[in-house]
Design a protein. Structure first.
Length: 435
């Protein structure tokens, strides 16, 4: 999937939801790898604020971003529309501190950006596929990111206002797509309880709003207004979550389950997912993308416990390069004797793990299907650092020469950023039944 930006400039204007100040917004196409960048144009010198988790600042009931002393308020509805449309790169110029609130939904943003058109760019999307569970809680509020395959973002949100009869308990589940967002989420508006609205206006917040402008809810439901959906409140909470997840900096594939979560908890999850994304970029840790799992590896290699030393493959570049993972635990059989008081992974087994991952590389070529790589020689072997329980061994093999019956690989084993072993391995490729 290619990165996307908008095809042409687009403009919007309105009042900030909290401040009531008039503001103009201009959307502009951006180059690949730009991300979503807000630009404050009302200052003597324009300031760029990237929509990333590192720029989050704490605010009550909303999202805010800041670069140095310059910030923007309430970008979440705009970001939700951007996320739903699959836009990766965008410049958002704004001549004030707060983005327009309109009717409290993100429909104006969605329609404006959709009308501007989308264009694909010559750069592949960077996605974050959730491979390991992340859980966060704050009192009775909780949010989870769970593995759910590589088919986009799935959300389940439980809203619990059982003590407020005007809202009650609501649950919403969806698979985020452009069409679903347009039909079922885009027009869902933000809401506030009547008592909260009075407190906010007494504090000078949202004094320009009336119950006709925003959903103000008492025990009987909306005041001087009506719901667009029976469960409009939970749908808007899903919109806020979709917008906050945009701060990860890349599309998220997985399942998000939230209960009573607000912007603060959403943003904490975004920060956790950014850490996962950074690990995914390095193909280590809980965000590693699995290309070959252990079951597929066992279909290629004849090795079995306790001598199968590759847990998964996270990167393959044709028949040129491969990267695999071996998670080293204290339960490894060889630690019983090497050495009981100071467990160290034998260097020869690190080399064997490199040989096995090399065999997986050769097996990618169709003409080598049904063949095995049998180790012939080892040159330039260097064991540079001890590997101990708890280490994650990253196994990299690069083909230096590949013929129909023989192959040569330059291999490197790493733990984190440190090289722990190197070797130049030569193999003979033989038919499976000959072994």
């Amino acid at each position: 999937m290619q990165q996307k930006t908008i095809a042409s400039d687009a403009k919007l204007s309105g009042k900030g939801l909290f401040s009531g100040q008039d503001v103009k917004v201009t959307f502009k196409p951006a180059e690949p790898e730009t991300g979503i960048v807000f630009v404050r144009t009302d200052l003597s010198e324009a300031v760029r604020i990237s929509a990333t988790a590192e720029n989050i600042v704490e605010r009550d009931r909303r999202t805010a971003l800041q670069n140095g002393s310059v910030g923007i308020e309430t970008p979440e509805h705009c970001l939700a529309a951007v996320n739903a449309l699959g836009i990766d790169n965008l410049i958002v110029e704004i001549d004030g501190v707060e983005l327009p609130g309109f009717d409290g939904s993100c429909d104006e943003y969605f329609k404006t950006l959709e009308k501007a058109g989308l264009v694909e760019q010559p750069k592949e999307k960077k996605k974050l596929i959730v491979h390991d569970a992340v859980s966060l809680s704050d009192g009775d509020k909780s949010i989870y990111a769970l593995p759910y395959g590589d088919n986009g973002l799935h959300i389940t949100y439980e809203l619990d206002y059982t003590e407020h009869t005007g809202i009650g308990s609501q649950v919403y589940t969806c698979h985020l797509t452009r069409d679903h967002f347009a039909r079922n989420l885009s027009t869902a508006r933000t809401f506030v309880l009547e008592a909260e609205a009075r407190q906010m206006q007494a504090a000078g917040i949202g004094t320009h709003l009336t119950p006709k402008d925003i959903l103000v809810i008492n025990s009987d439901g909306p005041i001087k207004n009506s719901f667009r959906f029976p469960d409009e409140c939970v749908r808007h909470k899903v919109i806020d979550l979709i917008g906050d997840l945009m701060l990860v900096g890349r599309p998220v594939s997985g399942r998000i389950v939230a209960c009573k979560s607000g912007h603060s908890l959403n943003q904490k999850l975004a920060r956790k997912l950014v850490q996962m994304a950074l690990r995914a970029d390095a193909n280590v840790g809980m965000g590693s993308r699995t290309i070959l799992d252990i079951r597929r590896i066992q279909k290629i290699l004849p090795h079995r416990y306790p001598f199968l030393l590759v847990d998964k493959v996270v990167e393959i570049e044709g028949d040129k390069r491969i990267k695999g993972i071996k998670n080293v635990t204290f339960n490894e059989q060889f630690f019983q004797g090497h050495f009981p008081s100071t467990p160290i992974m034998p260097g020869v087994l690190i080399v064997e793990a490199l040989a096995q991952v090399s065999g997986l590389l050769f097996a990618q070529k169709l003409e080598h299907t049904g063949k095995l790589a049998v180790l012939l020689t080892m040159d330039g072997v260097k064991i540079r650092k001890s590997v101990v329980p708890g280490d994650q061994l990253v196994l990299i093999a690069e083909a230096a020469r590949l013929r129909s019956r023989a192959a040569l690989c330059n291999c490197t084993a790493m733990v984190g950023d440190e090289v722990v072993a190197e070797a130049r391995l030569k193999f003979m490729l033989v038919d499976d039944e000959m072994v």
